[in-house]
Design a protein around this ligand. Structure first.
Ligand SMILES: [Zn+2]
Length: 126
């Protein structure tokens, strides 16, 4: 079965202001960030982009992945739902929204990026 979406876990060692495209400069506190991303096609390229740091910033996540260290990744298949289900699970796990609308311009989720001050595991959706 094909992988459909993913969770990218990043660590930000020090709090810092990061410019996120048109959203402007935002302060990101130190800790762990979980991003719910969609990649129905080209998941390898997408993940490689996160790991390498993108050459050109296009998505909101590109601005953060240039500064934060990727520390974990999980791929989900279609039968586990969608990236929006993952975002909801992160919300229910007590994740905080640092920047409303981050990565969720194309859906109705409040955010696809959730912040946790301490390390935690990537949520399972099964
Ligand atoms: Zn969504």
């Amino acid at each position: 079965m094909a992988y459909n979406f993913y969770c990218l876990q990043m660590k930000l060692e020090q709090g810092q202001e990061i410019e996120v495209g048109k959203k402007g400069r935002v302060f990101f506190p130190p800790g762990y960030y979980f991003y719910a991303g969609q990649a129905r096609r080209g998941i390898r390229k997408r993940l490689a982009r996160h790991l390498a740091g993108p050459p050109k910033k296009h998505w909101h996540i590109d601005y953060l992945s240039c500064q934060a260290l990727p520390v974990g990744m999980h791929l989900y298949t279609e039968d586990e739902g969608s990236e929006c289900d993952l975002a909801r699970a992160l919300d229910e796990a007590g994740g905080q929204i640092i920047l409303p609308g981050f990565g969720s311009s194309d859906c109705n989720c409040p955010s696809h990026l959730y912040f946790f001050p301490r390390a935690r595991s990537i949520p399972s959706l099964k």
